[in-house]
Structure formats: C-alpha cells, structure tokens
Design a protein around this ligand. Structure first.
Ligand SMILES: [Zn+2]
Length: 342
C-alpha cells in the first residue's frame, strides 16, 4: 500500500510534468472507479453531471477534457489535480493503486494499432527495473516493447466493451499533449472523483506537517491498544503503514507493544520528530520499494536502503549491536530492537 511518502513523491513528480498541460482525453476503463466514492456516502464528494462515467460504454469524464492543470497538491493521501476553472480531480490510491506517466516523446507502436496491449520481449522480463504486477513483469521503456499481434481482451476490457488497456489492471487513462497518465490498480479500490476546488473535507493529522504531540497525548489517553496500531489508524493520522510505523517507533525508542495511553507527551514529541524526519528522507528517496512500489516514472525508490528494523529480523541493530526481532501484532509483522525500544 502506498504510504504518505509515496503519495507525496507522486505529487512532486506530477508537479514536474502536469502544470500547464491541457487534458486531451480521459477514459474511465472501470466504471467502478467513481461509484466507490458515492457508495462511501461522503457528502463532500460531488460529481458534476458531465464527470459521471457513462455506464453505457467507455466512461468519458467529459467535464475535464480541455481543462488545463494548474497544480497538483496533496491532502492527506488524496492527490488533488487542480484544474483551471475551479475543478479538482481527487485521486486516492487505497490498497494497490499506482500511477504511471508515459512521456509522449516515446515513439508509439509502429504497426498501425492504437496504443494497446504492449508486452515486453522475453529478455526484458528479467530486468530488475520493471513493473511487476501479479507475477507479470512489464518493462517501462516503450522502445524495448513490442505490440502483441493477437491480444485477447482482458475480462475487464470485455466488460466495459473496450480494447485491452495499455497495461494490465489499467483503470483510468488521462491523455495530455506531453504524455499519458495511467492509473493501474489490480485490486480496484482506488477512487477518482471530480469536485469543486473549495471542498476540503476534514483530514487526519499529517506527519509531514508535524504531528501535534500534545493533542495525540490527549486522544491516546483513553486508548489501551498498542501504540503501533494507534499510529496506523488512518482516521487519526494520515498515511503511516506497517513499514513506517516500525521505523518511526524504532527512531523514537518506543516499544510498539506499549499501550497508546502509556506514552507521555515527551514521548509523543519524539514520535512526531521521528515521523517528520523519516518521512522527509523517504520522500527524498522517492519512497520505499520492498515489493511493488514504483514512482510516477516506473522507477524503484531507494529508502529501503535506510530501513533500520523493517524486515531485518536476526540482523544486528545499527544502534546497539543487538538482534532485531520480528513479532506478530494483530496478524501483521512488527520489527523492533528489544534493547533500544522501551
Ligand atoms: Zn538496538
């Protein structure tokens, strides 16, 4: 799951390619994209008539076509693509969503087909810097790809009556003159909604902007659950997942099993400081790639080289030389140094 530094990385990279660009086409390949937001009953999300995907065929979000991107901002884990004329496209990647930007100066397939169904030659499949989706590995540089001659449409493509999408699990394609933005999402939880610019729903605290230690202490005062699960509660704090929760608690010297209510304000300050520092570095490293995270241009992040505890069971703690342990917490792995974390 992309955590906050990964979403921030995408926003920064989108800001290097999108502002000033006009939307030439937008295709919703999976009508479920919009419906989820509506089902959630979030009254802040409004679909202008023209932005509702057309259920009768390929979804066209007509209200956005022709608009120019003003800026890309992040609010919590929402990516806000702000358009001129006061509309914002709010994108949330949820469990497995990722964004890929393909620059237009890459030559299109030359056999007269439309941009569909690109598969790598067998040799490229072994390359490390490829996109890996459910065992399928696709290289990102188009010159090394070839077009499959007879591609059977994917079940999803059949369902929405379309040619096979650019990449497996493509759900949304936005075409600009400089390139194409593709939302890829194997598990189909990502959401996309168009809303007036002024709507800013209440958001959880943002670790990149500094967590309010005093207020966290107040909220945690009555909560007996482990501090790690408290940190990962997305209703309270935006974007701390399993990797960063382990790293933040190690940096703060706090045992992840301690009840949230047992932390003093000074300890919450350590947590806030650790979260800000770790997230800053993670963004500078374009995220943590331990499994499938890739940045906007398909490259792995490098923050995994800086992880102190996550997935390092048995390895020596870089602070005290003791052994990193892995424990189970709520069905998920937690890594800690039992000497450094109290
Ligand atoms: Zn240690």
């Amino acid at each position: 799951m992309p955590e906050l530094p990964e979403v921030e990385t995408l926003c920064r990279q989108l800001n290097t390619v999108l502002p000033g660009e006009r939307i030439l086409r937008i295709e919703v390949l999976d009508p479920r994209l919009g419906n989820i937001e509506r089902k959630r009953g979030d009254s802040a999300i409004i679909f202008p008539e023209s932005a509702v995907p057309d259920d009768s065929g390929p979804g066209k979000v007509a209200g956005l076509v022709g608009r120019r991107v003003a800026a890309v901002t992040r609010r919590g884990k929402y990516i806000h693509i702000q358009m001129d004329g006061g509309l914002t496209a709010a994108l949330h990647l949820r469990m497995s969503g990722r964004l890929l930007y393909l620059a237009a100066n890459v030559p299109p397939p030359s056999n007269g087909r439309r941009e569909g169904d690109i598969l790598p030659p067998p040799r490229a499949r072994r390359r490390k810097d490829c996109v890996s989706l459910k065992g399928e590995t696709l290289p990102l540089s188009l010159p090394e790809t070839r077009v499959r001659k007879t591609g059977a449409p994917s079940p999803l493509a059949k369902k929405v009556g379309r040619r096979p999408p650019f990449f497996p699990y493509s759900r949304l394609v936005i075409g600009f003159s400089s390139g194409t933005l593709v939302l890829i999402d194997p598990r189909r939880f990502a959401t996309f909604a168009v809303q007036p610019e002024e709507i800013t729903p209440a958001l959880p605290d943002d670790p990149m902007e500094g967590l309010p230690a005093q207020r966290l202490r107040e909220i945690a005062r009555t909560r007996r659950r482990p501090v790690k699960s408290f940190l990962m509660d997305q209703r309270l704090i935006a974007g701390i997942g399993n990797i960063y929760a382990c790293e933040i608690l190690f940096a703060a010297g706090i045992d992840p099993r301690r009840p949230a209510c047992s932390l003093a304000t000074a300890e919450w300050r350590k947590v806030a400081k650790a979260a800000a520092a770790i997230f800053r570095r993670a963004v500078a490293c374009r995220g943590t790639t331990v499994s499938d995270w890739r940045d906007l241009f398909g490259c792995s992040g490098t923050n995994q080289d800086h992880l102190e505890v996550y997935s390092r069971q048995g390895a020596p703690c870089r602070r005290c030389g003791g052994s990193i342990e892995r424990i189970n917490q709520g069905g998920r792995g937690t890594w800690l140094c039992p000497i450094c974390q109290k």
